[in-house]
Design a protein around this ligand. Sequence first.
Ligand code: NAP
Length: 558
Amino acid sequence: MTGASELSYEVIVIGAGVAGIYQIKRLVDLGARATVLEAAGDLGGTWYNNRYPGSRFDSESYTYGYSFSKELLDEWHWKEKFSGQPENLRYLNHVVDKFGLREHMQFNCRVEAAHFDEANNLWRLKVSDGRELTCRFVILTLGLLSIPTLPRIEGMDDFTGRSFHTFDWPREPVPLAGKKVGIIGTGATAIQVIGEIADKVGALTVFQRRPNWCAPLNNSRISEAEMADIRSRYDEIFATCARTPGGFEHEPDRRGFHEVPREERLAMWDRLYDEPGFGIWLGNFREIFTDEEANAEFSDYIADRIRQRVDDPAVAEKLIPRDHGFGVQRVPLETNYLEAYNRDNVRLVDINETPIERVTETGIRTSEQDYDFDIIVYATGFDAITGAHDHIDIRGVGGERLRDRWRDSPSTFLGMFVHGFPNLLMPNGPQSGSASTNYPRGIEIGVNWCTELLEHMWARGITRAEATRAAEDRWTAHVTKMYSRMLMRKAKSWFTGYNSNVEGHEAGKVRYFVYNGGTPKYVAVINEVAEAGYEGLVLTKGPAAGLEKPAAADRVAG
Ligand code: NAP
């Protein structure tokens, strides 16, 4: 057993995705003795795992990349407005190699447990390779959507063809030509897969439970000249992202929905529908998110767009959501998705009409018929936001389990701390600013804040940070209250913690997963907290203070 005075590391970061990469960069720059433990075989998180056809950004590529290095911005050429998974993974590898971060990462290291040792004020981690590691601080950069969930359908193991969740789409190419493919799910992932493979497979059958509102991505190539222009505007682009609620270039139209004449509204929607990216969602009137009447009118507009693009009126009607309005669930952006249903080799099966009974050796049986497949794709989503936390046995003061504390819904201080779990930091945790924003923009904010807190502590010989119960309760109440203003509180979506495949997460109980106040407000709050000397956190010289010998910059402990 490692002694208290022999910490394996000062900081252990868990997860080498977009957040973990930036977090370790900041720590390495400070000279901190830190490492990243990553369960997968390599870095990249989402972009390492999600290799399904069609996997790409819904964020404009140049707003998704890191903003911290001018040199990096100047040398990287995004090839597409909404870049695909292979390029995104290349980008992350480029960043890691450029800044020499790979040597600070350990792969195939799943953290199974993290227990707080109160007497020695340190964390003890159990890693899947058998090691026990100790550290002062644990930083969780686990990913919001990193635990895939399969449906609970009888006979799934009986299928003799190939089947996989989209998250586990094989690394080697999957031959699709001439194949009979079945796909379950019509979320953002399925919508990308379907649009991409419809013209490459022999036959495609889509099993839909609830349709999703979606809108065109309108992707395009980025030429050298356009990239040069983007580079010259990076400061402006990031400044725009910083002032918009979602961290995107798209700014809401701040005119009142009801004050703008209907013809003008329609003209604006026609324009937004043809524009690239989330403008149709985030550049729309703000009432779309809060006002039933405004939302219904806009949803009708999009329903008509579906009717225009889908040839068979019966299929078009099936693709129009009836249980929620546009934008109250995360809007998938699509390329050729609706047109896929105009193809002879694509069939839509509404499983409300003809429920799936079981998976068979050869395919899927519904109440109506047996479908034979070579491949079954489960595009059935994730145990979102808290799933990755639940998968690690995290125990705080008195052995309390985080997963027990969060059984009904997470509670946090700023999305970054949990009372009773000292020195456990979550730059992009539940209820932080990251989940509902252009993710890297939110990540940089959280990572910077957490890093500055550590600098503050190291400079003062402080070794323990814990949120007060009162501060946590206040923040969680604030996050909860904000849901009451949003139409999305009623949606069956991962923003409300819904997942029919995870016990206890079925519809009917809202989990307060995301902060809905937008980036500028979030930044104002966390900056205020820092300026007030980290009000809401108790910063102390914990029991083990003094064992740490701060190095030159008073930052590095060993
Ligand atoms: P999702 O939005 O949760 O969709 C899962 C789909 O599977 C839903 O259509 C769901 O139907 C269906 N489903 C689940 N269990 C089922 C069952 N037992 N039987 C039948 N159908 C079932 O998951 P996702 O599509 O993977 O997307 C998750 C999130 O990942 C997105 O919202 C987005 O934030 C992110 N994402 C981003 C991008 C991007 O940036 N371009 C791309 C893909 C995903 P119900 O709705 O009826 O439950």
